[in-house]
Design a protein around this ligand. Structure first.
Ligand code: FES
Ligand code: FE
Length: 493
């Protein structure tokens, strides 16, 4: 006899008697199990055909533990920016998944990333947010490590360890792969991971829009500050929001009524100036799990005033626009808005401009870090103008970010209950409206592209999320066998 399951699966289930607490597809050790099945797949929690996703992935401690084990140990993660460690000996204490890492520059000028944990008893060897040093000396028993991670000093070595402890065998644990891309530093614990550019795929051209100088020169950004704060929600709420959830605009109604943007004093309402008003918006899912919202400017690509509170700042950005157009030609028509680089690094491309990282602390707690970017060679008054705008917009006290966090916090709390967890979230918005590699206003846009508000990026993100949790190989993790990204028969990419 078949019953409608009112538990996790919310579907007709042969073995389910339909009563609360009797669901046979329960979570066990981070895995969905059913009678006679010792291990099921995370993919069972993501139904991208139907457009639903189980709430368990946002509240379950078991799933959170599995993410730390199988996802954050393999994916490329954002660690920091070269400008934060400009000189030999500079360090910035960062995070990868749930673990503390040290980003530093060694004496030879090489950027390094190590696990921030002593090889003796695991004490954090660096307890400061940032600074400059010659050694990382563990506070517990004083083992001391060089900037290249080597174990340099062991107290009472001769009397206690000689002929037993080989110091070269006990360095700080380095990441398996490290990439410095246009100033940003990324790392992975998986030695078999593909290189960073392969991992990024076609999403790289969109990340570039956040990292490149405003006048189109490649790279050239610097970090002018980092906001850090905790919020009581699962990290994926934030990552998903930045995939391109433009649909949540109504929740910013209050800030849009008053105006906090770079032309607020000139009478422009809203969070930002509408630089993209004349552009065609594109929402793009990538096979690797990244998702972005960018825009294509019209063929006649003219400057939109967007920094009117200060004529000198306006003039500066108008000059940048003209220089970028002259430098990049047609490519200057690609404009950034937001995106998430799988799994937990997001960006705002223009107003404000920066990288946000969503560090998991627990199933329902996240530490947010916002790295604010400016062109390193911008005039001081431009940097100061942007810094003040960034603070109005972002962070725990930023007027826009407060709205977002309120959504994520309440959504988490209201999804943790026994009843709420039985009912999946709906991701059906525009789920069949995306096209592969279309031309938009004469520009070829690689990826699975929608021209309207959509949640197809989220479905692609969670499909990839599930492949990591299910322990797939890199062919799968890069989405190379995801049929949603396969071109129609007879078409080659
Ligand atoms: Fe670091 Fe003992 S824990 S020296
Ligand atoms: Fe928002």
């Amino acid at each position: 006899m078949r019953h409608v399951c009112r538990q996790l699966c919310d579907e007709t289930a042969e073995l389910c008697d339909g009563r609360p607490g009797r669901c046979h597809r329960r979570l066990d050790g981070g895995r969905v199990t059913s009678p006679g099945m010792t291990r099921a797949r995370a993919a069972d929690l993501v139904d991208s055909e139907r457009g639903t996703i189980s709430r368990e992935i946002f509240v379950s401690a078991d799933i959170h533990a599995q993410e730390l084990e199988t996802l954050f140990t393999r994916a490329w993660l954002f660690v920091g920016h070269e400008s934060q460690v400009a000189n030999p000996g500079d360090f910035f204490t960062s995070r990868m998944g749930g673990e503390s890492v040290i980003l530093c520059r060694d004496k030879a000028g090489q950027v390094r990333v190590f696990l921030n944990s002593c090889r003796h008893r695991g004490m954090k060897v660096c307890r400061y947010d940032q600074g400059n040093t010659t050694l990382f000396t563990c506070p517990y028993h004083n083992w001391a490590y060089g900037l290249d991670g080597r174990l340099m000093g062991v107290p009472q070595y001769k009397s206690l360890y000689e002929d037993v402890l080989v110091r070269d065998d006990w360095p700080l644990i380095p990441v398996a792969r490290l990439a410095v891309y246009k100033g940003t530093v990324w790392a992975t614990w998986d030695a078999d991971a593909p290189d960073f550019e392969t991992y990024m795929g076609d999403a790289l051209a969109h990340l570039d829009q956040a990292l490149d100088c405003r006048d189109g020169r490649p790279g050239g950004s610097e970090v002018i500050g980092v906001h850090k704060w905790l919020f009581p929600a699962n990290w994926k709420f934030a990552a998903e929001n930045f995939l391109g959830d433009t649909y949540h605009n109504p929740s910013h109604r209050s800030v849009d009524l008053i105006g906090i943007g770079p032309s607020a004093a000139a009478g422009v309402k809203g969070r930002r100036d509408d630089e993209l008003a004349k552009a065609a918006h594109v929402w793009i899912a990538f096979a690797q799990g990244h998702g972005i919202h960018s825009a294509i400017a019209p063929e006649v690509n003219t400057y939109t005033e967007a920094f009117k509170d200060n004529p000198a700042i306006e003039e500066y950005f108008r000059g940048c626009f003209d220089a970028r157009k002259a430098r990049l030609g047609e490519r200057a028509r690609l404009l950034p808005f937001v995106g998430t680089i799988f799994p937990n690094a997001s960006y705002h491309g223009r107003q404000p401009r920066g990288i946000c990282v969503w560090h998991p602390h627990g199933p329902t707690e996240t530490e947010a870090w916002r790295f604010f970017l400016v062109d390193a060679d911008a005039p001081p008054e431009v940097k100061d103008f942007l810094r003040r705008y960034y603070m109005r917009y972002s962070g725990p006290a930023g007027m826009t970010e407060q709205d977002d966090m309120e959504n994520w916090n309440y959504a988490t709390a209201a999804s943790a209950g026994a009843i709420a967890r039985r009912h999946p979230f709906n991701y059906q918005q525009s789920m069949r409206a995306a096209q592969l590699d279309p031309d938009v206003r004469g520009v070829r846009v690689p990826g699975l592209v929608s021209l309207q508000n959509t949640e197809h990026m989220a479905l692609a993100f969670y499909r990839r999320w599930a492949t990591y949790l299910d322990g797939a190989d890199w062919e799968m993790l890069l989405g190379r066998r995801d049929p949603n990204f396969a071109p129609p028969l007879g078409v080659t990419r």
